[in-house]
Design a protein around this ligand. Structure first.
Ligand code: RNT
Ligand code: ZN
Length: 422
């Protein structure tokens, strides 16, 4: 049990009073925040390497930089690292797996041969912690993805290989969802695209659409599985053309009522995914977010408590869209302690949600009454309300260290555990 200074409670009482003067019920915000689960990306823990015995280097137009000590080398290490992170993040969250993270041991298991068995230990582990798991087929870092094409590949035997992989991923995800009594989101992202201008932008898209139709042919209940597709504007090596563009997947998801994944790093730098949420959710049933921080490109930096993250949280809360949105994280930084990267990014995402939950109704009321001056006043005023004291209270209620105090545990783990990995 953590000891909390009496000042946390005293400060919270003052904050509660202060918020009451602007019509905000902090207790309600705390209760709501406790119901929000963030899906934490397992791949931050090992620099998107995975645990296949026939591992290739990371490819597909994504890149990890940094060489901080302590990347997880096998599933047990990754689970131990995640457990520490989960213990230091307030609330109850989920873990997001990629197909290449199975418990394969020394066995050579190709992507078209993955089985439920390879994920049983993850599932048992999640059950013991009382958390849910999400899933992703891994359509990169593989000899058959080196051409830059997978589900849209011109060769039908290569396409079949990746279709098989995605079919198996869905089965595994659905099984996990059923086992854990919490639907598993299976998100399909492929790297398909071209470095230079293609002559034919259409045919690969027709092939991708047909591959997806085959993948989604088997039906599962929404209690087990949620299908999601993730678009991208460009990647390293796919600067001129990405087969699965935003327009492509938005059309596909709307037509087939699949969930769409909006990754914060997958658009033009002046575009905000926050603005897309309310449009997309008018036409697709559910949304998956990959909260990330692009810096000049899709660089996947650790999520900050910054304006783009805050804008996302405001959209979800103001429009009451939390129950239709799966909030996942997608970043990978190997230049700092990887467990701290999880904790900082997840805490920041939660903080932005808390700030949104604590927003005075006056913001909206002023807008509705047509008084845009007063709207600006409330938006700016609410920034200096004492949300951080409510956050400390949340950490206390959830029995995790307040403020920076989790850092001691991570430092200790770094010197006792991580520093012995090479
Ligand atoms: C790549 C996508 C994708 C990956 C993960 C590892 O640009 O964002 O979501 O980051 O699947
Ligand atoms: Zn992503």
């Amino acid at each position: 049990m953590t000891e909390y200074p009496a000042s946390v409670d005293q400060a919270y009482r003052l904050a509660r009073e202060r918020y009451a003067t602007v019509g905000v019920d902090t207790e309600q915000a705390l209760e709501k925040l406790a119901t929000i689960s963030i899906s934490i990306q397992c791949w931050q823990g090992d620099d998107v390497r995975g645990f296949e015995s026939n591992q290739t280097t990371l490819s597909g137009g994504i890149a990890v930089t940094g060489s901080h000590q302590g990347a997880a080398r096998h599933p047990d290490e990754l689970r131990a690292d995640l457990e520490l992170a989960l213990k230091l993040i307030p609330g109850s969250h989920r873990v997001n797996l990629h197909a290449m993270y199975g418990d394969f041991g020394r066995e050579k298991v190709d992507r078209d041969a993955i089985e439920i068995e390879h994920f049983r230990r993850w599932c048992d582990w999640a059950r013991s912690l009382g958390i849910g798991l999400d899933f992703n087929p891994t359509c990169f870092s593989h000899p058959l993805s080196q051409s830059g094409f997978t589900l849209s590949h011109p060769d039908s035997s290569v396409r079949s290989f990746w279709i098989d992989h995605c079919v198996r991923s869905r089965r595994i995800a659905a099984w996990i969802g059923k086992q854990l009594a919490s639907p598993s989101v299976n998100n399909i992202w492929i790297p398909d695209g071209a470095k230079d201008f293609p002559a034919d932008r259409l045919t690969p898209r027709i092939r991708l659409s047909e591959s997806l139709d085959q993948i989604f042919n088997e039906s599962f209940t929404p209690a087990e599985l949620i299908d999601s597709v993730e678009s991208k504007l460009f990647g390293l090596g796919s600067e001129a053309y990405v087969v699965g563009s935003h327009e492509f997947y938005l059309g596909y998801a709307a037509k087939h009522q699949k969930s769409i994944c909006l990754d914060a790093g997958h658009f033009h730098p002046t575009e905000s995914i926050a603005d897309k949420i309310s449009s997309v959710l008018m036409f697709v049933p559910q949304l998956l977010l990959h909260v990330s921080r692009p810096m000049r490109w899709d660089s996947d930096h650790v999520v900050l408590l910054d304006d783009p993250t805050q804008a996302i949280a405001f959209e979800l809360v103001r429009n009451n869209l939390l129950h239709r949105t799966h909030i996942g994280l997608d970043y990978f930084d190997a230049s700092i302690n990887r467990i701290a990267a999880w904790i900082i990014g997840t805490r920041n995402t939660l903080k932005s949600l808390l700030i949104a939950l604590l927003e005075p109704a006056s913001v909206r009321l002023a807008e509705e009454s047509g008084d845009l001056t007063e709207r600006l006043l409330w938006m700016e005023e609410s920034k200096s309300l004492p949300w951080s004291l409510v956050w400390d209270k949340f950490c206390e209620i959830q029995d995790v260290p307040i403020g920076h105090l989790w850092w001691g545990d991570v430092k200790e783990y770094e010197s006792n555990v991580l520093s012995f990995r090479n």
